[in-house]
Write a protein that binds this ligand. Structure first.
Ligand SMILES: Cc1cn([C@H]2C[C@H](O)[C@@H](COP(=O)(O)OP(=O)(O)O[C@H]3O[C@@H](C)C(=O)[C@@H](O)[C@H]3O)O2)c(=O)[nH]c1=O
Length: 187
């Protein structure tokens, strides 16, 4: 059995969450959110929206954020395997522009609590289902992002692990970090 556990990363407010897991001869039981347990650990995360994405190996969804009303989100790979990336875009943060990566899998059950003001994305290493539990709603008009392979951010994507990278047209057309900074007044 694994109990809920929370660990702070180098990016303030970005927390690795180990959910509650109980295994028996039938399989397993995973509880990946509890308002009470989160609050007992100093984490306010009320749910506004829950959604799932289903992706084939090689898909990149990145690097996304909302320009205003940013969404804190609890992200877990329910099945499969992803290389997940979070980049700090809070201009007054000591880790502004820093990115961190995490391997999230259906088996390790780890999840990430991603704070406001961070860009988020991932590369799918095995066909995957990813769940999101957001404490702010989605606003299409504020939906934005930075190109996944922007050289100024410089994420070291393990693309050698997939045959080809698959991007949406929207993600292919995202701005560069420099273009983002030209408009940016701070999150
Ligand atoms: C994210 C989102 C999308 N949509 C719509 C918009 C569009 O028609 C369709 C697919 O949206 P997208 O192409 O933006 O989906 P996707 O590229 O999977 O976007 C997601 O990427 C990851 C990395 C995140 O962190 C998420 O917050 C979200 O930005 O669903 C909603 O209605 N609600 C939502 O919350």
């Amino acid at each position: 059995m694994k109990k809920f556990a929370f660990s702070q990363t180098e990016i303030e407010g970005l927390i690795i969450v180990q959910p509650f897991v109980s295994e028996d001869l039938r399989g397993s039981f995973v509880k990946d959110y509890s308002k009470e347990v989160f609050e007992a650990n100093g984490l306010e995360h009320d749910l506004m929206e829950v959604f799932y994405t289903y992706s084939k190996k090689g898909v990149v969804r990145a690097l996304h954020f909302q320009r205003v009303k940013q969404q804190p989100k609890l992200v877990r790979c329910v099945s499969g395997k992803i290389y997940d990336v979070v980049v700090d875009l809070r201009k007054d943060s000591p880790t502004f522009k820093k990115w961190l990566s995490f391997t999230l899998t259906g088996e390790n059950t780890q999840e990430l609590l991603i704070p406001k003001g961070c860009g988020h994305g991932y590369l799918v290493l095995e066909d995957s289902v990813v769940s999101y539990k957001c404490s702010e709603k989605f606003y299409g008009e504020y939906d934005d992002g930075i190109l996944w392979n922007d050289p100024d951010i410089g994420v070291d994507w393990p693309t050698e692990k997939v045959e080809k990278v698959i991007l949406s047209e929207k993600d292919m057309a995202l701005q560069s970090f420099r273009q983002f900074m030209d408009q940016y007044q701070g999150f």
